[in-house]
Design a protein around this ligand. Structure first.
Ligand code: SF4
Length: 621
């Protein structure tokens, strides 16, 4: 019988013990002695969040398809269990085997957001391994990472042996084959393996590169230590999505996950070119999955999981060219099985509203739009490709369709933002509320209309046209939120308006991590030593600990955020060849400052560079 890593006694002491016992429906167990590689795929956050992540499920399926690999899952132990494990010296374990990670060959940590960085250290620390790559020995697992945060890997570079840049489906087989070959030949050493791995496309080995800095703290150079290590690490992309592994038997969580449903990824990449959006740049070009393949996946996944909801996943679902046919299929399939369909990431248009009416209970649900900015000028700066008329017409159609609750998402602190742009946010909310009362006769209204406006503070990300932009101090962000809030109170329909804003402390830190350099690693390590953990969770985020960590390390966080960077500055992430050129991004930065709109990829190519992949939308021109 499978022995659990945690005693009954401990399981009884912690919240939601089912997070740690594994053995879920569709989880995969193998004979540990019959595989060549044991891989722990980790999500550095709690089980309920990690179980909703599609990338983990895809890689879990892909790795386990190999007979010689056994991939298990690991999620961050919640602080209650963290404390017990530290105190009693209990090592972190894989959910499937319940065996310690220190005996695995690889530990792979996916990085989806910057505020999980101290949780990386928790996973390594609880595994009983040194936090720094430089201190690990031949008999220890290789610790690697992947995911969107690796597009600036430098703030976390010291913790990892390998950081993979690109889509997971492409280069792992070559890495596993290399590892097995060196082990079989009995020529394996960590040093040799990492050196050879650095030649596999997309595999970045931080210890083989050396940064040097100018007197003002900016990066002077970033070079490989050996001639046979590539100067640039090239982003890897899947050219044919239909040929890759997909989790048709998704693991069904024991504890209700944040997104407790089947996820159908309909396409990757986006044609829109919003200038703030990193995903829109680093997943270029847009590539679609085949309609009949998706229909098959949907049927299989629902059958194999018993989930009661299916969600279409993409950056902009309205741009999937067979969306009407796919929805007709799903509506028929789901109606029979009483399954809900959820459709995030739709654009505001009549087609989308029609679709949503078909799949949602209009009275209960609210309709969500993301204009991102209140004024048209600001929307042009960010290249949102959405006019004032689009928003008004979309809202009118929504009200006529029966909705009376609207959620609007905006960003504050965008480049070139003026007070007028901030005030335009509640003004737009007010106009939409007014539209409801003008459009829907009193006798047909379902109560008062409710317009909820949410603002997050803008964080410039690498590989976007805004990578040169400055950020602000916490007080300035709060001042901007206050301008919005105060102006909302002056609106005619203020009783129909609500306003919420994001925490400013977290934004500033996120900004430092997003565009920081290798020096930031020591701050993250110090913050972990001081007890920082689960920083993405408001109740655990402790700014004082971070302030102390920066001060203990003698590092000024403002350096990374409080200045607009010159056009020719060498960035810590410039050694990554993302295939969206710096020249294009710079051109877009200039266009942004002039509020000049750039057409989307469908209407014409703007020469970003991603056409080198010879796939997706780039081949249709
Ligand atoms: S190369 Fe052209 S079509 Fe392809 S992603 Fe870039 S801008 Fe779009």
């Amino acid at each position: 019988m499978r022995k659990l890593a945690l005693s009954d006694d401990i399981l009884m002491q912690v919240q939601k013990p089912a997070r740690y016992i594994g053995n879920e429906v569709n989880s995969i167990s193998k004979d540990a002695d019959s595989v060549a590689i044991r891989y722990a795929i980790c999500f550095p956050d709690v089980y309920e969040i990690g179980m909703s992540n599609l990338a983990i499920q895809i890689l879990y399926e892909q790795f386990n398809r190999r007979e010689d690999v056994w991939c298990e899952r690991v999620y961050s132990p919640w602080p209650d269990l963290h404390e017990i494990m530290k105190k009693e010296g209990i090592p972190l374990f894989g959910l499937e085997s319940q065996e310690p990670l220190s005996g695995f060959d690889f530990i792979g940590i996916t990085l989806q957001y910057e505020m999980c960085y101290t949780n990386i250290l928790q996973l390594i620390d609880l595994s009983g391994l040194p936090l720094l790559s430089a201190d690990r020995t031949d008999d220890m697992p290789i610790i690697m990472s992947g995911g969107p945060c690796t597009y600036n890997p430098e703030p976390i570079a010291d913790f990892f042996d390998i950081i993979y840049i690109g889509e997971g489906e492409t280069s792992y087989d070559a890495l596993f084959d290399l590892y097995i070959k060196l082990k079989n030949d009995k020529t394996y050493s960590r040093k040799k393996f990492l050196h050879e791995a650095s030649k596999i496309p997309g595999m970045y080995v931080p210890s083989l590169y050396k940064p040097s800095y100018n007197a003002d703290g900016t990066l002077a150079s970033f070079e490989p230590l050996y001639d046979d290590v590539p100067v640039k690490v090239e982003r890897q992309v899947v050219t044919d999505l239909d040929s890759t592994a997909y989790p048709m038997k998704p693991v069904v969580p024991h504890v209700q996950a944040i997104q407790d449903r089947v996820t159908l990824e309909i396409m990757r990449g986006c044609i829109r070119g919003c200038r703030f959006c990193q995903a829109g740049m680093i997943y270029r070009p847009k590539r679609e999955r085949d309609l009949s393949v998706l229909e098959g996946y949907a049927t299989e996944m629902l059958k194999n999981s018993g989930h009661e909801e299916i969600s279409l996943s993409s950056l902009s679902s309205s741009d999937y060219s067979h969306l009407p046919e796919l929805l007709d299929y799903l509506i028929e399939e789901c109606d029979e099985q009483k399954v809900n369909i959820s459709l995030p990431s739709l654009r505001i248009d009549n087609f989308s509203l029609d679709v949503m009416k078909k799949v949602q209970d209009v009275r209960k649900s609210s309709i969500t739009f993301a204009p991102e900015a209140g004024s048209q000028r600001m929307r042009d700066v960010i290249n949102k490709g959405l006019t004032h008329d689009d928003i008004i017409n979309g809202s009118r159609e929504a009200f006529l369709g029966g909705w009376n609750k609207v959620k609007l998402y905006f960003m504050l602190g965008l480049p070139t933002e003026t007070e007028e742009d901030m005030r335009a946010i509640p003004e737009l909310g007010d106009e939409i509320a007014m539209l409801y009362y003008d459009t829907i006769p009193k006798e047909s209204r379902q109560g008062r209309c409710q317009v909820t406006m949410s603002t997050s503070f803008f964080v410039p990300k690498p590989f976007t046209p805004f990578q040169w932009a400055r950020m602000y101090e916490k007080e300035e962000y709060l001042h901007r939120a206050k301008i919005v809030n105060d102006h909302m109170k002056e609106m005619l329909n203020k009783k129909s308006l609500r306003y919420q804003w994001h925490q400013a402390d977290v934004t500033v830190l996120e900004g430092i991590f997003a565009r920081g350099d290798r020096k930031i690693s020591q701050v993250i390590m110090r913050a972990y030593e001081l007890g920082s953990l689960f920083d993405a969770w408001g109740e655990y985020f402790d700014l004082a600990k971070w302030e102390q960590a920066f001060s203990d390390c003698g590092i000024d966080g403002d350096f990374y955020i409080m200045r607009e960077r010159p056009d020719d500055e060498l960035f810590p992430w410039d050694f990554i060849d993302c295939k969206v050129s710096k020249k294009f991004l710079l051109r877009e930065w200039e266009n942004a400052k002039a509020a000049k709109v750039t057409k989307n990829c469908k209407d014409g190519c703007s020469g970003c560079g991603a056409a080198v992949f010879k796939t997706g939308v780039c081949t249709t021109h």
